[in-house]
Design a protein around this ligand. Structure first.
Ligand code: ASP
Length: 333
């Protein structure tokens, strides 16, 4: 199977803006047993960061945080916005189907206590991020796949829906004229949504939801629902999430790697850059033909983002401002 170079060659425009607020120390209240999250009081808390240009999703998450909600509620509610947006062709309802014409969704969620829930290869249910949360909270398992996940969803009251919209069907019909497998990641501003948030208590959670690669083989699973690859949270350190060619993210367990690098003292930006370099190095020359992007946040509310090629953007909602930033990147060749 050949992956052709999909990358648009374009002139270098302004590089991404790194949002970074240093932690400042000051006296902690007696009952405060979390010095790092207290530091974050002086930094930026609450905060939401998400892959791609998803202002409605980050606004929803921000609203939850402003109302005193948890980071877990914020990332779930934020992701649901993209899942129900049928104009987003790589998440939820309206996601592009696999090569057999079935829309199959993957999602995962991770909370401040290190609990994790995921669903994979789910058909007919729009809000798979909420389904992943139910797996985490209502079952003795962490992952449910395919028909079993769907069945569990209906038992939990989720609605059965046709996820293939008219426009996705049209796109699939057009694809069938050539049936070429040629993943296009990163050209548009809608893609897998990975979201990380810190709430007003300083706790971190994350979520990731996707329809995966368009026209993938039936049964294909990418990085997005896999703990440590598409998403990882450690409430003592920070969190990271990925977008792009899942097959390549999986080989480096990229999100876990970023959190561990931050644990060792790297900033979120440095950690994202190192993870991208690992992906590139492992790929030989192939990195020229695929995109991978990471975002990360540490306990202090500092953020980072890095990708292989130009065009990856991310959205940050902090201090009342909801902004999209262009990520810095490794190589535009
Ligand atoms: N990472 C996703 C996957 O491989 C795709 C994406 O980010 O668009 O399934």
């Amino acid at each position: 199977m050949k992956r052709r170079n999909f990358l648009q060659k374009a002139s270098l425009t302004s590089l991404g803006v790194m949002v970074s607020v240093s932690a400042t120390s000051c006296k902690t209240k007696k009952e405060d047993t979390k010095p790092l999250s207290y530091l974050n009081n002086k930094g930026i808390k609450p905060i939401v960061i998400a892959t791609w240009n998803v202002p409605n999703a980050t606004a929803k998450a921000w609203q939850v945080l402003q109302n005193g909600g948890s980071a877990l509620d914020a990332v779930e509610q934020g992701c649901r916005i993209e899942e129900e947006d049928t104009s987003n062709s790589s998440v939820g309802k309206g996601g592009l189907p696999d090569r057999d014409g079935n829309v199959t969704l993957d999602a995962c969620i991770m909370d401040k206590d290190g609990n994790y829930g995921a669903v994979m290869n789910v058909q007919n249910i729009t809000h798979v991020i909420s389904l992943a949360r139910r797996v985490m909270e209502e079952t003795p398992h962490v992952i449910l796949a395919g028909k079993g996940a769907e069945k569990f969803g209906y038992e939990q009251g989720f609605t059965k829906e046709n996820l293939l919209t008219e426009s996705s069907k049209k796109a699939w019909d057009k694809w069938k004229e050539t049936s070429q497998y040629n993943p296009i990641i990163n050209i548009e501003n809608h893609d897998t949504i990975g979201m990380l948030a810190i709430d007003s208590r300083g706790d971190i959670s994350g979520a990731c939801t996707t329809s995966g690669l368009a026209y993938k083989m039936a049964g294909r699973i990418g990085d997005s629902p896999i703990i440590g690859s598409g998403l990882f949270i450690d409430n003592e350190v920070g969190g990271a999430t990925a977008t792009g060619m899942g097959e390549e993210v999986l080989k480096t367990v990229g999100s876990f790697l970023i959190v561990e690098l931050m644990r060792q003292g790297k900033t979120p930006q440095e950690a994202c850059e190192e993870a991208v370099r690992r992906v590139v190095k492992k790929s030989g020359d192939r990195f020229k033909d695929f995109q991978v992007g990471f975002i990360a946040i540490n306990k202090e509310g500092e953020t980072g983002a890095f990708c292989i090629h130009e065009w990856f953007t991310y959205t940050v909602y902090k201090q009342g401002e909801n902004k999209n930033y262009k990520s810095s990147y490794y190589n535009k060749a």
